[in-house]
Design a protein around this ligand. Structure first.
Ligand code: NAP
Ligand code: MG
Length: 501
């Protein structure tokens, strides 16, 4: 929880002077075309600033710089201790500037200041620190051979990587990808979401201060169809790591297929289940997890647990209690430290979420609480709970990405698992039960990247995060596994001749 008051956050917000140029080859620059786009504060509808809109020319300039830096070896072949020291400085700078970064992020995205402060002051800084520490603790292997050979299996930085980001956790997603990519020694191009470009540009300023060499980190704000596509189609980018919607993830596979066959790592959407079995202790802790799994970040979370599959014997009590908890969330001014849920990221997104809410009612869902948009010109939505959903209903199948929790009644364990499994997505699942055997069976049989038992959790920096099915590729963010996205594996086979007698 922040110690800043609402007055202080607002005065910090008025004093912001956001960087609005692209960051290419170690310097801030306008887009070659001179194009700009607006970034808007969704809580007020006001334009914060205009930002450089990078096109294929700018992307190419950044790739040339990134490749030059990579080939020069100033970062890619630097001693691991050197990369570690630089990234530790960056972690410290993020911590030291967390309040300013958090206010900037809150204003640009509509996220609450409390969440922004936590994500940036703790998690973003910790990510840079954790991967910095890993830089000089990652070893290769020696394969078993006879005496006539020595076979080394070594990891090398993979080259120039594009990091294409969503708007829901702007700086955190940047850190999830940048920290391991930089620790591995890659050169990077970051493409923040068009709705939230500002915190990544500020991070570039801090990276200069930390000593990241020119060309190693480039930040290219712009729209998906121009900047994003130019990255996807560039013939000299080796890897793209993408977080965003399943639809756009598919575009990146196509871009790769139609260009240089770059490797694409995908983290995408979800429709994750929250399973409450009949033996679960229906206490405040469970209700808190149920509500937070759905409403944290206004439901704008890829692993939000929106399909709450609750044993019929406790479904009514569960629904009443989760609705009461939903009503207690304070929705409104994101810069107020007392606010729990801020603004939806854009008007367009608010309309999309409201469309799902209307559809839910039309298809026979029972609206228990919430369901209204408010605060115009701000883009707020009251936390919404539906009950009596059926698995085939649209709002029980499609990703809504807003504060809309749906309760489905289920019979036994097998039915709960069958409904939970019946989805194109596979990012996350939560299971509440006091029966350890059922918990383990569920964890093993749910086809998704993370299963959390008796609590909603995405894990932390140490544990890999990613999706099965249409939620992801084999790539994983976080944990030691994230480094695999940014390294090549090389075999060095040395013939060893007999010496002497
Ligand atoms: P999105 O529309 O797919 O955008 C993601 C990124 O791709 C943005 O930078 C976007 O640029 C860019 N993009 C859009 N269209 C493009 C195109 N035609 N070619 C190349 N790039 C393009 O997703 P979003 O709406 O920002 O984020 C919400 C989605 O992200 C949800 O589906 C959510 O589940 C998913 N998500 C997944 C994870 C995870 O780890 N699995 C985490 C967070 C979010 P613009 O900003 O200009 O559109
Ligand atoms: Mg914005």
């Amino acid at each position: 929880m922040t110690t800043l008051t609402k007055t202080e956050t607002h005065s910090l917000a008025s004093a912001l002077k956001p960087q609005s140029k692209a960051f290419i080859d170690g310097a801030f620059a306008d887009a070659a075309s001179g194009d700009v786009f607006e970034t808007i504060n969704p809580a007020t509808g006001e334009v914060i600033t205009t930002v450089a809109h990078c096109n294929a020319v700018d992307v190419d300039r950044a790739v040339v710089a990134a490749r030059r830096a990579f080939d020069a070896g100033t970062w890619s072949r630097a001693a691991p201790e050197e990369r570690k020291a630089t990234l530790l400085r960056l972690a410290d700078l993020v911590r030291a500037n967390a309040e300013e970064l958090a206010v900037l992020e809150s204003v640009d995205s509509g996220k609450t200041i409390t969440d922004c402060l936590h994500e940036i002051g703790n998690e973003v800084a910790d990510f840079f620190q954790w991967y910095a520490e890993l830089a000089d603790k990652t070893f290769g292997k020696v394969a078993p051979t006879g005496e006539d050979a020595l076979a080394l299996i070594v990891k090398e930085p993979a080259g120039v990587v594009g990091l294409v980001l969503p708007w829901n956790f702007p700086l955190l997603m940047a850190a999830w990808k940048l920290a391991p990519a930089l620790a591995a020694g890659c050169s990077t191009l970051v493409k923040p979401a068009e709705q939230t470009p500002l915190s990544a540009l500020r991070l570039a300023e801090l990276a200069v201060e930390a000593g990241v060499p020119a060309g190693v980190l480039n930040v290219l704000p712009g729209l998906g169809e121009t900047t994003g596509q130019a990255i996807g189609r560039h013939d000299d980018i080796d890897i793209v790591s993408f977080t965003g919607s399943t639809e756009v993830g598919g575009y990146f596979l196509r871009y790769a297929g139609e260009s240089n066959l770059k490797v694409i790592g995908l983290e995408m959407g979800g429709k994750s289940p929250f399973i409450v079995l009949d033996d679960a202790a229906l206490d405040d802790d469970l209700i808190e997890h149920a509500a937070m799994s759905a409403f944290w970040n206004g439901g704008q979370n890829c692993s939000a647990n929106m399909r709450q599959l609750v044993s019929a014997s406790i479904a009514d009590e569960f629904t009443d209690r989760v609705a009461a908890r939903a009503n207690a969330f304070k929705v409104g001014d994101p810069l107020d430290p007392d606010t729990d849920i801020g603004a939806m990221v854009t008007r367009e997104h608010q309309d999309k979420v409201m469309g799902y809410i209307h559809r839910g009612g039309e298809e026979g869902g029972r609206l228990v609480t919430g369901g209204s948009a408010e605060g115009a010109p701000g883009t707020f939505i009251q936390p919404t709970v539906f009950s009596d959903l059926k698995p085939e209903m649209t709002i029980a199948r499609e990703e809504i990405f807003g504060p809309v929790l749906g309760v489905l009644r289920v019979g036994g364990f097998e039915e709960a698992l069958a409904i939970a499994r019946d989805t194109d997505y596979g990012l996350h699942a939560t299971v509440f039960t006091q029966d350890i055997d059922r918990a383990i069976h569920a964890a093993r049989r749910l086809p998704c990247g993370t299963v959390s038992v008796n609590g909603f959790s995405e894990g932390d920096v140490k544990t890999p995060f990613g999706g099965y099915k249409r939620s992801g590729s084999l790539a994983r963010d976080n944990g030691v596994e994230a480094l695999d996205q940014y390294v090549q594996t090389k075999t060095i086979w040395v013939n060893v001749r007999a010496v002497g007698a």
